[in-house]
Design a protein around this ligand. Structure first.
Ligand SMILES: [Mn+2]
Length: 422
């Protein structure tokens, strides 16, 4: 349970990769951490002589995993996602491809010997604050070749994107990457009056605040998901905001602003639908061509607005496009549900433990209506259900909340459950 064991597992992964041939399909997430991880690994693997195809996905969803393992006769390398889905990936792979997972979310063990899950949490490295996927990717790159130390700044960018510096500074493994970047003159640390650190990317001449760059990279991946955004995002991780990226970024921001304004006007006019504990709405296809990540971002954005009830859970739905860039068409009719909390309700859940958290409610309700289960936290969660099952999902959640609140005197310490004290 240590960094040494983690590096040992990485070396095993590299052996597997080398034995499996020169082609690698690199599957990565579309947020700043996922894009920075992809930038680090694509560069390091290409330098090592591999030919790399990148596939950027918004979520690990069984039909998508099936398509990836059918379509590409190459080694498959998941980064910044897949750790929790290791069993699904194993069942899909069934011994076909050498598959590597490098992740920092709560992991599950794979069940296929061809699948190696190098998830930081298996080695006691906390993916919540200590190590981002991009820092893990940087460490992987260093094990491939010490000459990859010049990628340190991209490791730091993903950590900042995942807000691992939210308590004032990067720590542990993320800090090692940061200090490597500082030593090479790529990043500058500034400390404000409160002692909070700020990181400036100096790699490309002018000083670029890394928090701001991470937000821009996430805009490429999320807003631009269906229009080539992830490619630009990966390039921006490596080269900063070059002129073409800057221009496209402005367009994407406009697209996002317009979609948000129209939806907000709609919700103010017609209101959200409500049950006893939940307020919900669907944008249908109105967010197209933005990625489905955006419904979660939007729910977060409006959580404390005057037209939102402070004591009710927020659920927004956005329909999934019938195509995944790089993977082709899918014959599905599905909608992504994102859950967020207004601040007063969040306090009741996280601090008072007086209401159930989303990490309990959402997987449980999704199971009841045949939805997919993915990483959920108490304060943010998501699932995918068939179009038409929206209301059933909401009612299932509402009933679960009801049951939890009126089951007397229960004390549950299980993560995600809440505690009612008499
Ligand atoms: Mn991440």
């Amino acid at each position: 349970m240590s960094k040494e064991n983690f590096l040992h597992e990485i070396r095993k992964g590299i052996q597997l990769l080398r034995a499996a041939g020169p082609e690698v399909t690199l599957v990565h997430h579309n947020d700043a951490d996922g894009l920075a991880s992809a930038a680090v690994l694509e560069t390091a693997l290409t330098r090592a002589g591999f030919s790399v195809r990148r596939v950027c996905i918004e979520r690990v969803h069984p039909p998508i995993v099936a398509r990836i393992h059918e379509q590409f006769p190459a080694t498959i390398f998941y980064v910044d996602l897949g750790g929790q889905a290791a069993p699904v990936i194993s069942e899909t792979n069934r011994g076909r491809r050498a598959t590597l997972i490098l992740d920092h979310h709560h992991p599950q063990k794979p069940t296929d010997p061809k699948v190696i899950n190098i998830s930081t949490e298996f080695f006691g490295l906390s993916g919540d604050m200590d190590i981002s996927a991009s820092t893990a990717a940087y460490m992987f790159a260093l094990e491939l070749d010490a000459g990859n130390c010049d990628l340190a700044y991209a490791g730091v960018l993903g950590a900042v994107g995942d807000e691992h510096d939210r308590e004032g500074r990067l720590i542990k493994e993320n800090r090692e990457a940061l200090l490597d970047a500082v030593a090479q003159g790529q990043v500058k640390i500034e400390v404000d009056a409160q002692g909070k650190e700020k990181y400036l990317l100096t790699r490309f001449g002018e000083e670029i605040p890394m928090a701001q760059l991470a937000v821009s990279v996430t805009t490429f991946g999320g807003v631009g998901y269906y229009s080539g955004g992830p490619d630009l995002g990966v390039r921006a991780c490596l080269e900063g905001l070059f002129a073409e990226a800057q221009r496209r970024l402005e367009e994407l921001r406009q697209t996002q602003k317009r979609a948000y304004q129209e939806t907000t006007a709609h919700l103010i006019r017609d209101g959200l639908r409500e049950t006893q504990y939940i307020q919900w709405f669907t944008v249908g296809d109105d967010f197209s061509p933005m990625g489905v990540k955006m419904i979660g971002e939007y729910c977060w954005d409006i959580r404390n607005e005057a037209f939102v009830k402070p004591e009710k859970y927020i659920v927004g739905f956005q329909n999934m496009a019938a195509e995944i860039p790089g993977l082709g068409a899918f014959d599905w009719s599905q909608t992504k549900a994102s859950m967020r909390l207004p601040t007063p309700l969040e306090r009741k859940i996280l601090i008072d433990r007086a209401m159930p958290g989303l990490s309990y409610l959402v997987p449980e309700a999704a199971r009841q209506v045949g939805g997919s289960i993915d990483a959920c936290h108490d304060y943010t969660a998501a699932t995918i259900v068939e179009i038409g099952k929206e209301e059933a999902l909401i009612l299932a959640m509402d009933e679960l909340i009801q049951a939890e609140l009126f089951e007397p005197l229960r004390r549950q310490d299980r993560k995600g459950k809440f505690i009612v004290t008499a």
